[in-house]
Design a protein around this ligand. Structure first.
Ligand code: S3P
Length: 403
């Protein structure tokens, strides 16, 4: 895909629905008795993997007039393919560990190179029986009786937290997860809505054995996808974004904090955003903020290249175990576009001097492709991104931002 430098960006759009929420609605809908209706679901590679996997594992999944319905309450032993989605694989592992079924979860070549030890170890502590290839997929899960644990994650991860909480649903006794660094709260919030016996007191989440009941889930727009037009608007003009989910609102606060002009029309768990060209300041992202913005960091590294001054992103070692090594690959790409960027063990240091543009590689990673497309759009000369199809994993209509 060829990307021309964008001089003026003016767009009104509704960003794609939230991927994390759609995946959780599919999985919790499968575990719940009765019908879960998912309004405004995301249709993309990762959510297709979630719907197909739960269908293979016993749910009745239907598409009707723009909504998905999942009739759940039955877990069938089968082989399910999480494809490219670590969220699907890790959450399914949590759900299957305490079931009566034996199941195998496979993944595509990229997912099979990502370690699943983080979930295998903690679920094994709960009594789970999981066979793997030295911590890598495929995972064979022999459902058994689990017991609750008190889990304090070393590394912040919404996926691992979610696997433990979902396993805790069927475990004997109480399970607690105490997060030192907060991650997205969709699983605990949604488990409550599905009727689980769960409470969250200042970051200590406690769940006890519960039955779920199907509900209606209305999915807001995905802020991680909205991030791309927001970055373009902040540097090159204007955008109006409708229906953006604000339960992960740290990105909005971050942009405002570095000088971004963002107007927010609040609608409860979502908002309409007006984003205007702004004089952005260089920034430092660390600690809890790095965890909250984990999926946006390659984009923010690209943005830092076109903000004059030194910016730094640290405490983001988790980026090395995403769809690609997002630290190494971001550095290689941005350097090829003329950036002054240093690779740190857990992030980047950037001396913002502008970008000349160039040929970027996606490394098969949707967020790498989209972040580097924005980098080329904000560069002097533009350039290319080698694989335009990988955006289908989370944002199938992404290239429409550039027409
Ligand atoms: C996700 C959690 C994050 C994120 C991923 C989606 C989720 O991963 O990177 O894209 O839906 O729970 P970690 O939990 O491993 O940080």
């Amino acid at each position: 895909m060829r990307i021309k430098p964008v001089k003026q960006f003016n767009l009104a759009l509704t960003p794609p629905p939230d991927k994390s929420i759609t995946i959780r609605a599919a999985i919790l809908g499968w575990l719940a008795c009765g019908t879960t209706e998912i309004i405004n679901p995301l249709f993309c590679g990762d959510t297709a993997a979630a719907f197909d996997a739960v269908a293979a594992l016993g749910a009745d999944v239907r598409f009707d007039k723009g909504a998905m319905t999942v009739v759940g309450g039955k877990i069938r032993g089968a082989e399910a393919d999480a494809r490219n989605s670590a969220t699907v694989m890790r959450l399914l592992a949590g759900a299957l560990s305490g079931s009566d079924a034996t199941a195998i979860i496979t993944g595509d070549a990229s997912l099979s190179r990502r370690s699943m030890k983080c979930v295998i170890d903690v679920l094994t502590d709960m009594g789970a029986k999981i066979e793997s290839k030295k911590g890598f997929a495929p995972l064979k899960i022999v459902g058994t009786t689990l017991h609750g644990i008190d889990f304090v994650p070393e590394v912040p991860s919404a996926q691992v937290k979610s696997a433990v909480l979902i396993a805790g649903l069927g475990a004997e006794g109480r399970t607690t997860v105490t997060e030192r660094i907060k991650t997205r709260s969709h699983t605990e919030d949604m488990l409550g809505e599905f009727g689980a016996d769960i409470k969250n007191e200042n970051g200590v989440i406690t769940i006890s054995k519960s039955k779920l009941t199907g509900i209606k889930v209305n999915v807001p727009g995905d802020i991680s996808s909205a991030a791309y037009p927001m970055a373009l608007a902040l540097k090159r003009g204007f955008c109006y974004l409708k229906n953006v989910g604000t339960s992960r609102r740290e990105l909005i606060d971050f942009f405002v904090g570095i000088g971004g002009d963002i107007e927010e029309e609040d609608r409860g768990d979502r908002a309409d955003l007006t984003v205007r060209r702004s004089d952005l300041k260089p920034f430092k992202i660390s600690g809890a903020m790095s965890a909250a913005l984990i999926d946006e960091l390659p984009l923010l590294a690209a943005l830092a290249c076109v903000i004059e001054g030194e910016s730094e992103i640290v405490d983001a070692e988790a980026l090395r175990n995403k769809e690609c090594d997002r630290i190494r690959c971001t550095v290689l790409n941005l350097r090829a576009m003329g950036a002054d960027i240093e690779e740190l063990k857990d992030g980047f240091r950037i001396n913002g001097k502008g970008l000349k543009g160039g040929n970027a590689r996606s490394y098969g990673d949707h967020r790498m492709a989209m972040s580097m497309a924005v980098a080329n759009a904000l560069s002097d000369g533009g350039g290319t991104v080698d694989d335009d199809r990988c955006v289908e994993i989370s944002y199938p209509s992404f290239w429409e931002l550039f027409v």
